[in-house]
Design a protein around this ligand. Sequence first.
Ligand code: M6R
Length: 621
Amino acid sequence: MCGIVGVIGNPQAVDVVTTGLSRLEYRGYDSAGLAVLGPAGAIHTCKAVGKLAALMAKIPGFNATLPTPPTTAIGHTRWATHGAPTEANAHPHVGTCGAHTIAVVHNGIIENYNEYRTTLAKQGATFASETDTEIIPNALAHRMQGVGVSLVQAVQQLTPTFRGHFAFVAMAQGKPDELVGTRRGAPLCVGLAEGASYLVSDPLALAGICSRFVYLEDDDVVHLTPNRLTITDKNGLPTTRPVTTLDLSTEASGKQGFKHFMLKEIHEQPAVCARILQEYTDAQTLLPCLPLLGLNLATVTTINIVACGTANYAGQVGKYAIESLSRIPTNTDIASEFRYRTPPLRPGDLFIAVSQSGETADTLAALEHAKANGQQILVLTNTPTSTMARMADAVINLQAGREIAVASTKAFTAMVLNLILLGLQLGHARGHLSGAQVHGHTTHLRTLPGLIESMLSHTGVLQKVASGLTGSHSALFLGRGMLAPLAYEGALKMKEISYIHAEGYASGEMKHGPIALVEPGLPVINLATSTDGLFEKTLSNLQEVAARRGHIILVTDDAGATQLPLSGKQGLTLVTVPSSPPLLAPIIFAVPLQLLAYLTATEKGTDVDQPRNLAKSVTVE
Ligand code: M6R
């Protein structure tokens, strides 16, 4: 979380920073700020609490205080970890010792900041914020003053002493022609252009400004002047890193007529599914052809799928698909739990990280652990240039296109569809499925774009359900089999953007405790497909809720709706989706759940695309 932009050698430095921050707001929007080096080498800062718009309102006044447009600037958009979202805690943070004043923007956490703070305070440092960040400029200034080293040397010497995952960029008063950056775990890359250089958390910040990028490795320290780039590695030795050319101009931007990015992204799902099926199934045979060449499938006895949030629920659907289609035992884990319970890992087995951003710190830590234990690494990500992708033996690009809304929708669908294709490909490779069987499945999958399309144009019932939900404090989501993870995902979507407390449960688990929550009128959203052989059992669970006068909202397919006993229809609200083979159900059922959360949130008037307390990319553990 948090977005960083650093600019050197560009007379439009302030514009570049603010434009870059607007593209990095997905990383956090609790506060924003920037610092520039004025012509006399003095550091000037400007900060504001809240979204970037608040900072932008201050920029004309700030610019007016500067005698000439600065060419060096650093900027930051914050997702608060240490310290509330206040102006004092907003970045950049500045530290002074003797003749040295340093400004820093930082992403991630310095875990041993308290030890530093105590030591620095004893040496006379004063702190104006509650952040961990503030120790960085102070420690650097003290180092420079104490042992007479330059800024880059101070960063090289101190970075190994900072614990945690982080990236930061520093500039020094009186040194208008240099920026220094470093990273460990959190992303930071250099952008290269004629006469100017940049440091950013994500190349997207520089779309239209430069196309050549250098990705830094962990503990690299980069020293930038307008025309020169010097990198040292974790041992302090000079090194070079490859230059990657990226075409960022093709990234679709704007809401394209939709009220919110989330709605636009929900509507993109037919196209996303079509793209995945075109890219990853052979046009002639219709057999899946995911890019798995970097893996040795012969050694795989077990698969571990590890992810967070929505990606974890997609992974849980993937477990059902892979186990049933390939018969390979498959575990799923929340990344933050997997890493620290040190599970036994068999070398040669397959570890699958699922991550829209490819930067989520918990998933990254789990991946590093699996890699260190000899697992083969497959990454499913929407960001093929991400840190996770660069660490993988094989990468499946989700093909969802950039997702802007914090609440994930099309990336979830893309994850599920790719995992289903993976199950089919593994099942075929293992001889568990014949070519004809796989062909049958992919033929069905090809109907997905049309089926989703048809659902998107019929939202009338969902709108009514959403209106009913706005007054509720709580809701339950229930599903069985492949639809159990969909119930979890439906509840997550609802709480993320409507702020209504929602819980997802496997239907059969209700009677073991959660049914105590059911009281007259409690909305209980049941997901049931008529094609998975579990329909009758689900109807029984539904009766248990009805008996306690919960308000049942049944999402089922057209065929399921006709099978409902007449008595069972009383008092329930029916939402129908097109009938489909069971393998398609998790994708089909995702759509009404996304729309329900979206419609409820818009009716409540919440900030749909940037809900409170959240960020799109979670790069702290
Ligand atoms: O980028 P990732 O897929 O690794 O992100 C994982 C979660 O942080 C993410 O899915 C989160 O739960 C979303 N806000 C859900 O809508």
